[in-house]
Design a protein around this ligand. Structure first.
Ligand code: CDP
Ligand code: CDP
Length: 224
């Protein structure tokens, strides 16, 4: 993508730790702008799901890449929801489980798996809003507007506890472990706008993001 494209086919990135509110905000912002939403985490989750199903060891980078090459894995930018198909079958609804949460970082730490994900993402045509860990750094350093969402660990644990099984303390411990395992790919972009979502409602987060997007992009660049 060239600098020109950054204006005409904008990419808006939202990075941040688990349960910082990235995907809820990204989906709502995309819907308000009338453009697509993409979850980069779905590709790591899909690779983990497939490996668990096929008995491929999660630390075996070579075997994982062979597995990924054998299948047609596609991420579909969509205005409202997660969409990912493996060999034509929709699997997005199977990917947000405790089992995948617990193992996904083992797959995401492998450099060649990260390269595979980056290639899949760069094939997508903008405009879109995308969330993850390294969207504003490694994958789309030229993105039009970048955000880094944060929230205190207790706030994030309470949010995730509402969506998953287990005691709050257990959920908090799992999040802490995942933050630690994901630390390497989770540094904010130097030009990202920071937003602490802890004291904000989802609607307030969305309004703040939209304000900054409107300020940063030429009028009419994204809104239809
Ligand atoms: O929504 P949540 O932050 O819990 O998860 P996600 O965004 O679906 O990401 C799942 C996992 O994929 C993360 O814990 C990371 O291990 C990995 N991931 C990554 O390494 N880089 C990304 N850009 C997105 C996800
Ligand atoms: O994508 P990520 O893991 O960063 O977080 P999420 O799945 O968007 O948000 C986790 C939960 O927190 C969801 O149930 C959201 O509705 C909720 N949330 C919230 O209560 N307040 C916010 N400002 C943002 C999200």
């Amino acid at each position: 993508m060239t600098a020109m494209d950054a204006g005409t086919r904008p990419i808006i990135t939202l990075d941040g730790p688990a349960a910082s509110g990235k995907s809820s905000a990204a989906k709502a912002v995309a819907a308000r702008l009338g453009i697509a939403y993409v979850s980069s985490g779905l590709l790591y989750r899909a690779a983990t799901h497939m490996a668990l199903a096929e008995g491929v060891p999660l630390g075996d980078e070579r075997a994982l890449l062979e597995m990924l090459a054998r299948h047609d894995v596609r991420l579909w930018p969509d205005a409202q929801r997660d969409r990912l198909t493996v060999d034509g079958e929709e699997v997005a609804h199977l990917l947000h489980t405790d089992a995948i949460d617990a193992r996904v970082s083992e797959v995401a730490r492998l450099p060649r798996v990260r390269d595979w994900v980056t290639e899949r993402l760069r094939e997508l045509a903008g405009p879109f809003v995308i969330d993850g860990r390294d969207m504003g750094t490694a994958v789309f350093p030229q993105a039009s507007v970048k955000f880094f969402l944060t929230a205190d660990p207790e706030v994030r644990a309470a949010r995730r506890a509402g969506e998953r099984s287990g005691e709050l303390r257990q959920v908090a411990e799992r999040l802490r472990r995942r933050d630690e395992q994901d630390a390497r790919q989770s540094a904010p972009a130097p030009d990202a706008i920071f937003l602490d979502t802890g004291p904000l409602t989802l609607e307030e987060v969305v309004e703040r993001v939209l304000q900054d997007v409107r300020a940063a992009l030429p009028l009419g660049a994204v809104e239809r």
